[in-house]
Design a protein around this ligand. Structure first.
Ligand code: ADP
Ligand code: MG
Length: 704
């Protein structure tokens, strides 16, 4: 029987129930799933090197025949390696494996054709490739390839798949006969969009992505798939946005009251132009009947907090309550104190909700919230617990959004709507998010950017140093402290090695306070301390009762102590760049020259790590750092895939496909504008795919 798109792969020739299990495990159940298993790369004459011409240190792909192979013992008799000699008509090269020799001994046959990728190096006088990736070609493929210039797809595989003969060649054999089935694939994008953006039709796309006839076709197929992925992602954003705008009636905050004006006038500084612009944007949102849904971006130290406080004050002066959420308790407390300082004497009642409060104290706070005696409620996401009943919630300000993720943002809106409120939402993030990524992660939010730092700030001087510089660094700290400054010494703490990390920080503190700096005042801060202890230490440091604060990464965000001008980061190589940037942002917050010293643990770093850390020496531009970080780690790790709440992208890359992203965004937003319910016949394909694959994400989005 001829397979169709829905056929189970177990009915395909040569598969059967046993082998199909292996495919099920990687999520391939139907023929359609199989067609969505895209090649990882392609082989053709234009990207193949001749073995005779290979140069050292070059990463290359070669195709050749297996001449010979076998185990080679080391001279010492200990250890061995597996060597395979591969040749084409221009020469031969050794392929070397240090591990898995036993497996490889049985894996090859003399005379078979391999495509091999790897970096060429020297050993003795011979050229070799160590642990190459390889792909078997059939004789026929080899022939076609050499003589007709066919493009051969290379499919992703794994050790486990390979053992079941699902290597790349196995996938080619499986998929090639299915190309006819692509006729059944339904079009998703309307003709108008396909024509406007010059996109291949969907059925042809699936044929060309697997077995492209030409490079041009391949390119078109890739573009179409990327466009489609990004189009539906943006469609999701467009719907979220239009839903919030069109169907939900928000609060009109009529006026800017006297207290707000007074605060602006009495600030010890002038707002920067950027802050003023952002305030205008926020003000316009608050005045309109649509609920505000805005992201406030600004580098560390750019002055977001003031903007947030002014925004809250406007809400308060219009007779509403405000929730101010921070990702951690320590930050919530920080905000609480900052708010009290700014709002001192203004008769605005600010309360702090946190764990470990006395029952009576907590009840009093809950009561104040319920009766609207509290104007501003500061806390973590615990603010949205069941027992917390707002009287008249008008605004939610969320600090450091990416730690909450889209899910929580949606959840918060849902809970407020449930309770009969439809508040404005202002999300603040200190992680500068490259624009394209912002378009995906926060594509449903309006974006305001504070793109300049207050004047008079001196860029932080950053230096990468090794262990041998430690004494000098300590002397430098001493000199700064003599000038009346303060210092942070930060230790990494990650969950997987929490215990040892914590120990390292504590031991360092003990040694520093009893020996190195026994004449100075030191404090220790880490996440395992009791809330009250943490606060006490922070207060001591803030009031300059401590010279040095030894801490784990709990101080990463939000802490604002302008007199601290030095930060030493131990084991800097264990941090991500964005995290380093956040940490570094704790100094350089006043008028004094500040310093950040990145200490690297090992004597010799790998090139890559050093390169990475050098970026910190070169720039203090958070956007650039974030972009580099994103390139190095990919969006998944950058934000945590689960947290990011964005649909999986298979071909499109959030960073490298910016151009397509922009087009897809325009197309999606236009479509939602002209056909908000997707009722038009020509949009049936869009509607169907959206409903089956994206609707669940919409539910979540509709309230976020
Ligand atoms: P962010 O939250 O964006 O990291 P903050 O709001 O904490 O930054 O501001 C950092 C520091 O800069 C604070 O000490 C704040 O008082 C100060 N600040 C804010 N706005 C200005 C301004 N316009 N001019 C001078 N200093 C400012
Ligand atoms: Mg802040």
């Amino acid at each position: 029987m001829k397979p169709n798109l829905q056929s189970d792969v177990k009915f395909l020739p040569g598969i059967g129930p046993k082998r199909s299990e292996t495919l099920y495990e990687i999520g391939i159940v139907t023929v359609w799933d199989l067609l969505n298993y895209f090649p990882r790369r392609y082989l053709d004459r234009t990207n193949i090197s001749r073995i005779g011409q290979l140069r050292i240190a070059e990463a290359a792909t070669v195709v050749g025949r297996v001449e010979n192979f076998g185990l080679i013992k080391n001279k010492s008799g200990r250890g061995s390696r597996f060597r395979l000699i591969l040749s084409d008509d221009t020469g031969s090269i050794n392929l070397i494996w240090f591990q898995g020799a036993q497996f490889y001994e049985k894996a090859f046959e003399i005379g078979e054709v391999l495509a091999v990728y790897g970096k060429v190096d020297f050993y003795g006088r011979e050229r070799q490739i160590t642990h190459p990736e390889f792909d078997r070609l059939s004789d026929e493929e080899d022939e076609n390839f050499l003589h007709t210039g066919t493009i051969i797809p290379v499919y992703p595989s794994s050790e486990a798949l390979r053992r079941k003969w699902f290597d790349s060649r196995g996938f080619r054999r499986l998929i090639k006969p299915l190309l006819d089935v692509t006729e059944e694939i339904e079009e998703t994008l309307p003709l108008e969009i396909r024509e406007k953006y010059k996109l291949l039709n969907r059925a042809a796309t699936y044929r060309q992505i697997h077995f492209p006839l030409t490079h041009d076709n391949l390119h078109k197929a890739q573009e179409r798939i990327k466009f489609e992925e990004l189009f539906f992602l943006q469609l999701l954003m467009a719907f979220r946005k239009s839903q919030i705008h069109a169907t939900q009636k928000g609060i009109v905050f009529e006026k800017v009251g006297d207290k707000t004006k007074e605060l602006v006038d009495t600030l010890p500084f002038q707002l920067t132009e950027a802050q003023k612009n952002v305030m205008r944007e926020i003000r316009a949102d608050m005045k309109s009947v649509h609920p505000m849904n805005r992201l406030l971006q600004g580098d560390v130290g750019s002055g977001k907090t003031v903007v947030a406080i002014l925004t809250m004050l406007i809400a308060v002066e219009n007779g509403f309550q405000t929730a101010f959420m921070a990702p951690t308790e320590i930050l919530a407390e920080q905000h609480y104190y900052v708010l009290q300082e700014y709002l001192w004497g203004m008769n605005v009642h600010v309360v702090l909700l946190k764990g470990g409060q006395k029952k009576s104290e907590r009840e009093k706070i809950l009561h104040d919230i319920q009766t609207h005696q509290a104007d501003i409620v500061v806390g973590t996401h615990a603010i949205f617990q069941e027992q917390v009943e707002f009287n008249k919630l008008g605004l939610i300000v969320i600090d450091e959004q990416h730690r909450f993720g889209v899910m929580q943002r949606a959840e918060m809106r849902r809970k407020s709507v449930e309770k009969g409120f439809n508040p404005d939402v202002l999300v603040m993030t200190a992680t500068p998010i490259p624009r394209t990524l912002a378009m995906s992660l926060y594509g449903d939010l309006d974006i305001s950017i504070i793109g300049e730092l207050p004047t008079g700030r001196k860029p932080i001087k950053t230096a990468l140093r090794r262990e041998d510089a430690r004494d000098k660094i300590y002397q430098f700290i001493r000199d700064e402290i003599k000038k009346g400054r303060q210092c942070y010494i930060v230790y990494p703490l990650i969950e997987t090695s929490e215990k040892t990390d914590l120990k390292a920080a504590t031991e360092a503190y003990e040694k520093l306070s009893s020996k190195t700096f026994s004449d100075l005042r030191l404090g220790l801060l880490h996440g395992k301390m009791k809330s009250a202890e943490k606060q006490e230490t922070m207060t001591l440091f803030k009031n300059h009762k401590l010279d040095i604060l030894v801490s784990t990464t709990v101080i990463e965000v939000g802490v604002n102590i302008p007199n601290s001008t030095i930060m030493v980061i131990e084991h800097a190589e264990r941090f991500g760049l964005t995290q380093l940037h956040q940490l570094r942002g704790r100094v350089g917050r006043g008028g004094e020259q500040s310093y950040c010293i990145l200490l690297v643990g090992k004597d010799r770093l790998m090139d890559e790590t050093e390169q990475r850390l050098k970026i910190m020496e070169e720039t203090t531009d958070g956007f650039r750092i974030a972009e580099e970080d994103l390139k190095l780690r990919g969006p998944g790790e950058f934000f945590g895939t689960k947290q990011s709440g964005i649909p999986e992208l298979k071909l499109a890359h959030i960073l490298y496909d910016q151009d397509i992203m922009k087009l897809a965004r325009t197309a999606a937003f236009e479509l939602v504008k002209t056909d908000p319910q997707l009722r038009h016949v020509q949009n049936g394909g869009v509607r169907k795919k959206f409903e089956t694959e994206y609707k669940d994400k919409m539910e979540l989005g509709s309230v976020g």
